[in-house]
Design a protein around this ligand. Structure first.
Ligand SMILES: N[C@@H](CCC(=O)N[C@@H](CS)C(=O)NCC(=O)O)C(=O)O
Length: 360
């Protein structure tokens, strides 16, 4: 590996998944040149137009925030992003799952779901791309994506109630601990920075909400953005989870897990019937009809969630029974039990930058 070149991080300040990766790069104390995402180059290197993308010093292209965490950890194991013990590891994976498969709903709601939110975000997009026409068009696409993700006007109060509970649980936790798993960052903190820093603290309406009602969360954002890894403490001893963090897991799992499990069932039914050959899976395979706090929640079902869930479940199922029992005990009452217990009929594999159905 060549250390005479920096990593080049193709990202945007307003991007959810860029905000999910950035703290990990800082925590690992890497030499990084952050540039505005170059879509032409991203398409050339990955065949897709997802951001962020990371170009390594030896010129590999890495895309997908989850995959980037894995590869960073393999190349730069110290300081560690991944706890080694099962309860903390599974908990961290579930935070990431919440971020990737649910927190987009409140994130899109606060950015695009009110007049003030939409107008200020549109203004930022126009400034960012330097064109009224292209900025307005990008904003219009995002406003449509909000609806596909389930962040409709009808769901506004359910989404806000969910967010309130999450911010309250996080505020209590960060009143007592520097990071989710204790006094050291992990990939769970990095993941949660996606919605919380990339959207909530970036956008006008939700930034005000954080400053006025969730100051300990703002303190945590500050810490994640300036990790100073050698000065950090440790994760909780004995694979422990703080009771206040279990409340956070509950605020996430009780609302998110039912929708995610329904999405897995939609994917399985699609995979049962479709004749797919060996083609890359489409990102969307159908529609999830679920509820959020009693309110109908309809959103697209994807092929990515099964891959992410499979990662957690593989680790969970590989545990010794006594260890699995410890995980079950830690997750009891958080809403995540149903997801860990769910038995998918199909497996998904990742090749290159695409997902495929694994042969049965
Ligand atoms: N699973 C991908 C998701 C990346 C993603 O959705 N990025 C957004 C921006 S924050 C994007 O590029 N969206 C463009 C699109 O959906 O076409 C990751 O973790 O990196």
């Amino acid at each position: 590996m060549t250390a005479d070149q920096p990593y080049v991080f193709h990202a945007f300040e307003v991007s959810y998944f860029s905000a999910k990766v950035r703290p990990a790069l800082r925590y690992k104390r890497l030499w990084v040149d952050e540039v505005r995402a170059d879509y032409g180059l991203i398409r050339e290197r990955t065949g897709l137009t997802f951001i962020p993308m990371l170009i390594t010093p030896d010129d590999e292209a890495w895309q997908d925030s989850t995959d980037i965490y894995d590869r960073l950890e393999a190349r730069h194991p110290e300081p560690p992003l991944f706890p080694a013990t099962p309860v903390q590891r599974i908990a961290a994976h579930l935070v990431e799952l919440y971020v990737d498969e649910f927190a987009l709903i409140p994130a899109m709601h606060y950015r695009w779901g009110s007049e003030l939110g939409e107008a200020s975000a549109r203004s930022r997009f126009i400034a960012m791309v330097g064109s009224e026409e292209f900025g307005t068009a990008a904003a219009a696409r995002m406003a449509q994506a909000r609806l596909r993700l389930g962040a409709t006007d009808e769901n506004a109060s359910a989404i806000e109630a969910h967010t309130r509970d999450l911010l309250d649980a996080l505020s209590t936790h960060f009143g007592a601990h520097a990071y989710l798993l204790g006094e050291r960052m992990s990939f769970a903190d990095c993941a949660l920075m996606g919605p919380v820093d990339g959207h909530f603290f970036t956008d006008l309406v939700s930034r005000r909400l954080l400053l006025e009602t969730a100051r300990p969360v703002v303190g945590w954002i500050e810490r994640c953005n300036h990790p100073n890894a050698p000065a950090q403490g440790q994760w909780l001893a004995d694979d422990g989870l703080a009771p206040t963090f279990r409340e956070v897991l509950g605020a996430m799992g009780r609302d998110a897990a039912p929708t995610i499990v329904t999405g897995l069932e939609v994917f399985d039914r699609w995979a049962d019937t479709a004749n797919h050959g060996d083609e890359a899976l489409p990102r969307a395979v159908g529609s999830i009809e679920s509820t959020l706090r009693g309110q109908p929640l309809v959103r697209f079902a994807g092929s990515y969630a099964p891959w992410l869930v499979q990662r957690v479940q593989d680790e969970y199922r590989a545990l010794e029974p006594s260890m699995r029992a410890r995980v079950d005990q830690a997750m009891a009452g958080t809403g995540w039990e149903a997801l860990l217990a769910h038995e998918p009929r199909h497996r998904v594999t990742r090749r290159g930058f695409d997902l495929f159905l694994a042969p049965a």
